[in-house]
Design a binder for this molecule. Structure first.
Ligand SMILES: [Ca+2]
Length: 414
């Protein structure tokens, strides 16, 4: 999983089975940046720029041994490690056009994936029975991360993480993953086979990166080892990770709503309890909603698309992958696996068109010039950009839904 990492890669959007950032390599993970702390905060970072890959590797091997990893493990893992150019290029790959949220979500919810998840749900329930996290959510993550174990990634983790470390931009992150991986090998939790995964270091059925596995992995099959390639261990660990991240029992990650004719659109993005939203006129289409649950009104594709309430559990899903698109895909797939609809009541505004990264960067620059600070112009429409755009919409007579499209942002692209 990417578990994590969030930001760097923007896009995420990817898809599934590969959801990788932009356009995904063969793996299944998206690499944003690690959201959770690693277990090796004290691993000494070498900030010097290595002369080449072999220079980095030799230096890293020495630092790992000095960090009390057994020399045998360090050498067994790293001696044969090679630089993988495909890893670097995947890391840098940035799609020209950012996928729309519906392209991402629908790409993640193929009928085959829904059917497969339904068929596997009973087995997931056996593993997650005592967890506050619904089996449907765990099954959905399993489906998206690895196609239910069919595609756990085929890059040697020493190669992928070593390349990321050498390349430098994510050196600290990648080196900490390698250290965690070696500690898990030293402890006997992990086997030496397969030790392959995604280019971002995702391992096994639910694609945990090593440091997250070290922190949240559990032994579910009782063999005394926490093995990310053991399906029951992986599923139980996913449930554990979400539970430890604050999952609220009995609350769905999203509820679809209808907005009344007369509505104060400045409430988009506000957080209230479901009951308060109901009193403000929202019709919550899922009748089983928890009235006390707090939720944010979210219009992921603007006023002409589905209107949703995002609960705390939506943000919990994002510990896995810091992407609204990802969390929405998991939420909807889980609902479908549980027997519900894979589609929202209100369809997506498919005619809106798409913005390229360079157009988004242009919009960001313009907004900031106009006094609506986007905190940078990286071509990624994140929270700050959506907020700035929303404020610009408000000041310019548009409904402030924060949804940037060629239509809504046209005045900023001239
Ligand atoms: Ca086990």
């Amino acid at each position: 999983m990417d578990k994590i990492f969030a930001a760097l890669f923007f896009s995420l959007l990817t898809a599934c089975v590969s959801q990788n950032p932009p356009n995904t390599p063969q793996i299944t993970q998206n690499p944003p940046l690690p959201a959770n702390p690693t277990n090796n905060p004290n691993f000494p970072e070498n900030t010097a720029t290595p002369a080449n890959y072999l220079a980095w590797k030799e230096d890293f091997i020495n630092r790992a041994i000095a960090h009390n990893i057994s020399p045998k493990t360090v050498h067994q893992l790293m001696d044969s490690a090679v630089e993988k150019h495909s890893v670097s290029s995947s890391d840098k790959n940035q799609a020209e056009f950012v996928k729309s949220i519906w392209e991402y979500v629908e790409g993640a919810l193929s009928q085959a994936r829904i059917n497969n998840g339904r068929a596997k749900l009973a087995s997931v329930k056996q593993v997650t029975a005592s967890s506050p996290v619904p089996a449907e959510i765990v099954a959905a993550i399993w489906g998206i991360e690895s196609g239910y174990g069919a595609n756990t990634g085929n890059i040697k983790l020493a190669d992928s993480l070593g390349t990321l470390a050498y390349e430098g931009r994510r050196r600290k992150f990648a080196e900490e993953q390698l250290i965690a991986l070696m500690q898990l090998l030293d402890s006997g939790d992990l086997d030496w086979q397969p030790l392959t995964g995604s280019w971002a270091g995702g391992m096994g059925d639910t694609q945990f990166i090593p440091a997250t596995w070290q922190q949240f992995g559990v032994d579910a099959n009782g063999d005394g080892r926490r093995n990310a390639w053991t399906t029951s261990d992986a599923l139980a660990s996913t449930a554990n990770y979400l539970a430890k991240s604050g999952w609220i029992r009995g609350v769905a990650p999203i509820y679809e709503v209808q907005i009344p004719q007369k509505f104060d659109y400045s409430l988009i993005g506000a957080k209230k309890t479901c009951e308060q939203w109901r009193q403000l006129g929202l019709n919550i289409l899922d009748t089983s909603f928890n009235p006390q649950a707090e939720a944010i009104l979210w219009l992921p594709a603007g006023i002409n698309g589905p209107k949703l309430l995002q609960t705390k559990n939506f943000s919990v899903i994002k510990v896995y992958n810091h992407s609204d698109n990802y969390a929405l895909a998991v939420s909807l797939l889980a609902r479908a696996i549980g027997g519900g609809s894979a589609k929202f009541n209100t369809d997506w505004p498919r005619g809106e068109g798409k913005l390229s990264r360079s157009q988004i960067a242009q919009i960001q620059t313009r907004l900031t010039q106009l006094g609506f600070d986007t905190k940078g112009n990286d071509g990624v429409a994140g929270t700050n950009t959506r907020r700035a755009f929303s404020n610009w919409q408000k000041a310019n007579g548009q409904i402030p839904d924060g949804f940037m499209s060629p239509r809504s942002a046209a005045p900023l692209l001239r």
